[in-house]
Design a protein around this ligand. Structure first.
Ligand SMILES: Nc1ncnc2c1ncn2[C@@H]1O[C@H](COP(=O)(O)OP(=O)(O)O)[C@@H](O)[C@H]1O
Ligand SMILES: [Mg+2]
Length: 301
């Protein structure tokens, strides 16, 4: 069965709120326009094509998740949008302007903790503000507001090593948002956190996104995470690399863990799973060499 044969429930039938939300999203301006993006590595134009002809439009304040198997080019894609890496071909327009190199209009949060260990939490958030020429007192009060937004006011004088992993990532989010980016690019930001903290961070992020005028491009290989967070999901594949599908998430908002067993959540996940982990066909399984290393009488069931 191909992924497209797994029918997603049509949200237009069962959830008018979802249909209305997508209608609203489509009327918003396109903030990020990507056309025929290609990335290859290797000498003379490259032998290893990571992805090719990647074209998408992302609307203002959309929450986009990009998923795909390890090595399919998710981080490469994120880095190119961030301006940290160069595309081999194609075009990226942010608010109509071509992206060339990093800029304050894009904030990044990575999986690894990237706070400056020698600076306090508040100074970490103030760093970009001071770099952009803001006065110390303005930077300080703005940093306080952002720390309040991520619920870490009490920790403004702490150092990163005194914080848990989840708290560090909340500071990283505050630091990225403090510069007022048009788009926040997050590359597996919760990948190193335990399951419970991760779920908590997903809730925090949705709350923050609701309050801030920012568009989010969130990279993950966790399908539950993508289904919980996203408006649309960009499914990337490997061998050959590229966009497999760009799916509208049919799960109504506001979302909660209770929806993880709803029919639309499960159908969405099943479809994503077919892209990411295609089922091993019985035929293929039969081809595996089955060397028996156990004795008769110790069969497993
Ligand atoms: N600097 C590089 N030089 C050569 N190949 C690279 C480089 N960076 C990434 N790649 C290759 O590009 C592919 C995509 O990598 P990456 O974007 O990190 O994937 P993902 O984040 O989806 O796991 C991989 O096959 C990787 O080996
Ligand atoms: Mg990666």
């Amino acid at each position: 069965m191909s992924p497209s044969e797994i029918r997603l429930p049509d949200y237009r039938d069962f959830a008018p709120s979802v249909a209305a939300r997508f209608d609203r999203i489509r009327t918003r301006p396109v903030i990020l326009r990507i056309r025929d993006l290609k990335k290859s590595f290797g000498a003379n134009g490259g032998t290893h094509v990571v992805f090719d002809r990647l074209s998408i439009d992302i609307h203002r304040r959309e929450f986009i998740c990009a998923v795909g198997p390890s090595g399919c080019g998710k981080s490469t894609f994120a880095r190119i949008v961030a301006g940290l890496d160069e595309a081999s071909a194609g075009e990226i327009l942010l608010d109509g302007q071509p992206v060339a190199g990093p800029g304050p209009d894009r904030g990044m949060v990575f999986q690894g903790y990237t706070l400056f260990p020698w600076l306090t939490v508040r100074s970490n958030v103030m760093f970009g503000l001071l770099m952009s020429g803001k006065a110390e007192s303005t930077a300080e009060s703005e940093a306080r507001e952002w720390l309040d937004m991520v619920g870490l006011s009490k920790f403004e004088h702490s150092y990163p090593h005194e914080l848990s992993g989840g708290m560090k990532q909340r500071v990283a989010i505050a630091r990225a948002l403090a510069n007022n980016p048009r788009i926040l690019i997050m590359d597996e930001p919760f990948g190193a956190l335990d399951a419970q903290t991760r779920a908590q961070m997903q809730h925090y992020l949705v709350q923050i996104w609701k309050k801030v005028d920012v568009t989010i491009l969130f990279i993950t290989h966790d399908l539950d995470e993508a289904a919980f967070l996203s408006d649309r999901i960009l499914v990337m594949g490997a061998n050959p690399g590229g966009v497999r599908e760009f799916i509208e998430n049919p799960v109504p908002r506001p979302r909660s863990a209770a929806q993880f067993i709803s029919p639309e959540f499960l159908a969405l996940k099943k479809r994503l799973e077919h892209h990411i982990h295609p089922p091993v066909e019985a035929e293929a399984a039969e081809k595996l060499s089955m060397i028996k290393l156990t004795e008769a009488g110790d069969e497993v069931e």
